[in-house]
Design a protein around this ligand. Sequence first.
Ligand code: AMP
Length: 548
Amino acid sequence: MADEGEKSLAFHEMGLDDRLLKAIASQGWRHPTLIQERSIPLALEGKDLLARARTGSGKTAAFVIPIIQRILDGKQAAKEQAVKALVLTPAKELCSQAYKNCVALSSCCSREVRCLDISGSADITSQRPMLMEKPDVVIGTPSRVLAHIQGGNLELKNSLEMLVIDEADLVFSFGYEKDIKTLLGHLPKIYQAFLMSATLSEDVQALKKLILHNPVTLKLEESQLPEADRLTQYHIKCEESDKFLLIYTLLKLRLVRGKTILFVNSIDRCYRLKLFLEQFSIPACVLNSELPVSSRCHIVDQFNQGLYNLVIATDESALDAEDSSMKDKTGKAKKKAKRFKKKKDKEYGVSRGIDFQFVSNVINFDFPAQVEAYIHRVGRTARGDSQGTALSLISAQELSLLQQAEDVLSEDADNPVIKPYRFKMEEIEGFRYRAKDALRSVTKTSVREARLKEIRSEILNSEKLKSYFEDNPRDLQVLRHDKALAASRVKPHMKNVPEYLMPPSMKSNSSVITKRPQHFQGGRREQKRHKKRKEDPLRSFKYRKEES
Ligand code: AMP
């Protein structure tokens, strides 16, 4: 086993095909990321790799680039079309992301290199004809790939040259151990393999033994999160009930600017927050494991295109917590848990791996129960070479969780990484009545109705997405996921902030608040601005920041 220490190279020094270099350039990538610098040359030498790389490090391209290069290299000698590479990921969204990377990086050689994502919710038999064409790269979850092999739709034993398992540390915990072991029996004896993983956990070590032969291990010396000059982390300690007041004012006063992911710890809470914000005409999409996979992918796509500014999401650790809290409760709650659990998708993963682009802020409306989840959530911002801010709202019950995160992330106890954001709550006192009033109308029944309404409409959307929108990609824009869910009408006066409620220090800014802010229109302009704006997106907080 070797370790890293190889010389770093630019893309054009890696001996890559011109078509691949052109596609890389068209992505706007000027230099390889650390993981790409290290892994691409080794992969091109034919080495097996075990790479630990943090989320957002560019690890997808780190395996996609050598795959495409090797396929191009082999094309001239190839006698017949065959599946050469198999990419396994534990979640459908991750498959879709790997697929998009593959398509983008093979855009200048799309005749020579064809990829297929078989993870979606489409029927197995409907995917058979596409597999019969033997795409060069097949991407899927282990169970879906195995189903195709066992159904006689996919044959890998005689052709496969490369195997990738992405987010390898999640593969066993997502319940794929048996599938992987069975699947290995259908692969040839010799192939090159890559394991990409955020951690080198015991599960990954087990996979390593199963899959890799004499691998090079890349334990990149990266911190778990981007450095402080790129990622600013804050917390605000508050009463649980003040979280709603805070988020309303932060958003309405545009103290939080740019694309934002709001993380909550349960699906009900997603809808509670959405219904609450709706009353102030603050549109948001919800993203959770209950929604059909095509809707989820579509929401992420549209968010990345700049159509939405605000997504309220749960992550998989939160769902586990929700399940267990539901289990602890009464028989009625148990029934409810069973009903909703049935619909949840075990292959769902929002905080892990999914490539949300140009995210200015991650806000932990609820603090995650595990430090790992904090890292993954916060890692959604400050990706590539951009800047970002993370803000956590901390209730008294969450103080110990914040401390746990600090213990892991801070090297110096006197200099915490997650800085307190002190500002004067009394400045927003005037908003309390409105927030309370709005929250009062978000009842358990309205949350439940919204949850069911959303699933129903997204199932319909999902059907539409599958057929019509495949043929009419331009019309995709028409289908929005941030429509209001409340049964009752939103009171128009709640949309605006009257002058008398404005914090004194912000009065000069008041004209912008009643208008739909420009960045809420999203799109390329915001994305460009985000790239250009090398400053703290929560900068407006400065207006009342106290010295700590
Ligand atoms: P990943 O870690 O694969 O999810 O990638 C995270 C993000 O980094 C994606 O949005 C990629 O488009 C972007 N990315 C990948 N490689 C590079 C690169 N060499 N330069 C800049 N951005 C990159």
